[in-house]
Structures are given as structure tokens and as C-alpha cells.
Design a protein around this ligand. Structure first.
Ligand SMILES: *Cc1c(COP(=O)(O)O)cnc(C)c1O
Length: 397
């Protein structure tokens, strides 16, 4: 690496808003990444559920390369063919009817919050604007989405927050008695709380939430930013909960690493927006939308989703075996290839650091949970490598 780049890395002028791990990744292919010294790592973070097809996937690369030679940007004042195609694909594979394009997860949730408020104002008057979310949720870092997030540490120092959010305990049947007030217009939730500790929602509880939403004409918003794009073994996690959300937010894995987010809504909810209600300069940019098309076409195939389920079951069995061997593990949880190892005595960070020293990259979700997000293209050999590394790490803890 050139000394200029080395100097820049040592004397970083980038805002210190991230607790960065001491590792610089300069190259990636499939399930592996390389640092600047050429060391190879098994990347079981997938850029936090973003590179679901692994790094630099060939089919996405080919389609984006073609688009790169055709058109990079076009204002949303004109019709953009790759956007139209991606919208049709997402509608075909979901219970939604219309798609709004933006650039990130927070923006997708921001759009969902705006749509829910505007739909409610149009149909129920100005006093119904409150959105119920859940404790330990994570919905993003913009002011509206951090206000929607049920975690004080993310809100600290940014008060006054946006009004109109109320937080209930997650997976709590009794608390659902307090779900609806005369102000409530929508409910927003994750089906596996990712950042909040890899906590799957209980199917019956989610169904109850959906039933209450129907009875009281509330919009049901499902944040699929981490659980979507095949991560849990179906294209969207909601398919496993026997519900029909009104609004779905998707981002992370949608562009295989290209920044793109979307809000998908059914016809009823979508009627809340008119021309001029919302917009974005880059949203659904031709390059990002093309990456989205290639990604969705690949992930939505039944054979691919079967592969995800098989790897997920195999990995889960291996992790449960580790739990039996090591009493320092409290619990194994998660859904599909979104796995959490709950550690006793706040040992999660130690596991992540020691695994990195053995060339396997893992993530945290809070101080007690090791979060593992393999690329969905991973295989049994790589899973065995991860399990064997974890076994060696756990022996030393
Ligand atoms: C990552 C994430 C977000 C925020 O997405 P950004 O692209 O970082 O804005 C929102 N909700 C969930 C569930 C997420 O995992």
C-alpha cells in the first residue's frame, strides 16, 4: 500500500463516530476479505447483512458493469427503467403494490413513518399520528428513526426527540392491551431484533399484533432492513409469520453493497402519498437499482432459498453442539443465517476479538450477544471453519 494511504489511516480525519475494530479491509471475494497486509479473513458479518451474496458477486458485477457504460444517474423527474424493473420484482415477490426508492435503511423507515402519518391524516384527521414501536428495537439514526428506536443510548443528547412514538415491551402479550389509543395510527417492528440482541419475535405474538392492527385500522410496518433479502430463509421474514404487512422497509442486502433502500407499501397505505409528498435525489439511482435487480433475481429463486435454509440448519446444529460443550454460552438464538450466541458474563466482545485474531470476523449485538451474519452463499466447509474457530476461542475463555 502507498505510504500516503498508510499515513491517512494512522491520522484519520474521519469523524470518530464508530468504535472501529483494528482492521483495515481492502479487498473481498465471496465469503472472504483481505487486509492491507494480505491476511485473509472469513467474513461472517457480510458488511452487517449487506453483502448477502458474498463480496463482489459475479452476476451483480456483470449487470452493474453494463449499466456503468450506459447511464449513472438520472433525476427522479424522469422514468428510470432499472427502477421500474426492480419495483415490479419486489411487488411480484411481496404482498406490496408500490415501491418508493431511497438510499439507506433509515431513509426507508423515514419514508414509512411519513407515509403512515400522512395516510392517517388523510383518512382519520390530524389527531391520529402516534406510531407504536418496541423496546430494544433499532430503526435508524436520523432524528425521526432514532426517535422511533426503543433504545435510550441511541437517543441520548439529541433531545427533543420527534414526538409521536410510544414504546412497548417486545414479545409481551399483556402489553398489547396498551397498543391502541385514540392517537395511534401505526405499529412498527422488526421480526428479529438485530442490533437489539438477535431476538426473534414470537409468531403468535406477531399474529396478535397484526390482528389488533386490522381491528383498529392501524398500519402494520415491518422493518425488514436486516431480516429481508433471504437472510432468514425466505425472501422476507414476514412470510414465516402468516401476516400481511401494509408497509415493509428494506435496505442493507438489497443492493449487494450498493447503497439502496426501499419502502414497499400495499395499495391502501400507498394512497397516503401524492405527487410532491416525498422524494430523493439519488433514490433508485440506475446503478444501485441495477444491483438491486441482479440481487433480487438471484435471492428469490427457490433453490437459492433452500440452500440458505440448509446452511442455516447445519450451522444451528453446530452452534447447539458448542453450547453443550461450553457452559459460558447461555443461549443460541436467531432465525435463518442471522444467528446470536448469548454469552454469560459479558464475554461477547472477547469472543469477537479472539475470533478475529484467528481470522474469522463476527459482530456484536450489545455486550452479551455475538451476532453472526454469514453471506447466504456460504457452505458447510466455511461453516465448519467458523465452528472450529469458535471452539478454539471458547476453550480459552
Ligand atoms: C441497519 C438497520 C437500520 C438502519 O439502516 P441504515 O442503512 O444504517 O440507515 C434500520 N433498521 C434495522 C432493523 C437495521 O438493521
Amino acid at each position: 500500500m502507498s505510504t500516503n494511504i498508510e499515513n491517512a489511516l494512522n491520522d484519520s480525519r474521519v469523524f470518530a463516530t464508530y468504535n472501529r475494530f483494528p482492521l483495515t479491509i481492502v479487498k473481498g471475494k465471496r465469503s472472504y476479505v483481505w487486509d492491507e497486509k494480505g491476511n485473509q479473513y472469513l467474513d461472517y458479518t457480510s458488511g452487517i447483512a449487506t453483502c448477502n451474496l458474498g463480496h463482489v458477486p459475479d452476476n451483480v458485477k456483470e449487470q452493474v458493469e453494463e449499466q456503468l457504460n450506459t447511464l449513472w444517474h438520472c433525476s427522479n423527474l424522469y422514468k428510470i427503467p432499472p427502477q421500474e424493473k426492480l419495483a415490479s420484482l419486489l411487488v411480484k415477490h411481496s404482498c406490496g403494490d408500490y415501491v418508493f426508492f431511497c438510499n439507506s435503511g433509515a431513509e426507508a423507515n423515514e419514508a414509512a413513518i411519513k407515509l403512515a402519518r400522512r395516510y392517517s391524516q388523510k383518512n382519520k384527521g390530524t389527531d391520529r399520528y402516534e406510531i407504536v414501536t418496541f423496546k430494544q428495537s433499532f430503526h435508524g439514526r436520523t432524528l425521526a428513526t432514532l426517535s422511533a428506536t426503543g433504545q435510550e443510548k441511541i437517543q441520548q443528547g439529541f433531545e427533543p426527540l420527534l414526538t409521536g412514538f410510544r414504546y412497548l415491551p417486545f414479545n409481551d402479550f399483556e402489553a398489547l392491551d396498551q397498543l391502541v389509543t385514540e392517537k395511534t395510527c401505526a405499529v412498527m417492528l422488526e421480526l428479529v431484533q438485530g442490533e437489539g440482541g438477535v431476538v426473534p419475535a414470537e409468531v403468535e405474538w406477531v399474529k396478535k399484533v397484526a390482528t389488533i392492527c386490522k381491528e383498529h385500522e392501524l398500519l402494520l410496518i415491518i422493518d425488514e432492513i436486516q431480516t429481508g433479502m433471504g437472510r432468514t430463509g425466505t425472501l422476507f421474514a414476514y412470510e414465516q409469520f402468516d401476516i400481511q404487512p401494509d408497509i415493509i422497509s428494506v435496505a442493507k442486502g438489497l443492493g449487494s453493497g450498493f447503497p439502496i433502500g426501499t419502502m414497499i407499501a400495499n395499495e391502501k397505505a400507498a394512497s397516503g402519498f401524492d405527487a410532491g409528498s416525498h422524494g430523493s435525489t439519488f433514490g433508485g439511482n440506475p446503478l444501485a437499482a441495477t444491483a438491486g435487480i441482479a440481487t433480487v433475481e438471484h435471492i428469490s429463486q427457490g433453490s437459492f432459498l433452500n440452500h440458505v435454509k440448509e446452511q442455516s440448519d447445519y450451522f444451528h446444529k453446530g452452534l447447539e453442539k458448542l453450547q453443550k460443550e461450553f457452559p459460558s454460552i447461555e443461549e443460541i438464538r436467531g432465525k435463518g443465517l442471522l444467528k446470536g450466541i448469548v454469552m454469560k458474563e459479558h464475554k461477547a466482545l472477547e469472543v469477537v476479538e479472539k475470533a478475529r485474531a484467528k481470522n474469522v470476523l463476527l459482530l456484536l449485538a450489545g455486550q452479551d450477544v455475538v451476532r453472526i451474519l454469514p453471506p447466504l452463499t456460504t457452505n458447510k466447509m466455511e461453516i465448519d471453519l467458523c465452528l472450529e474457530t469458535l471452539r478454539n476461542v471458547l476453550k480459552s475463555i
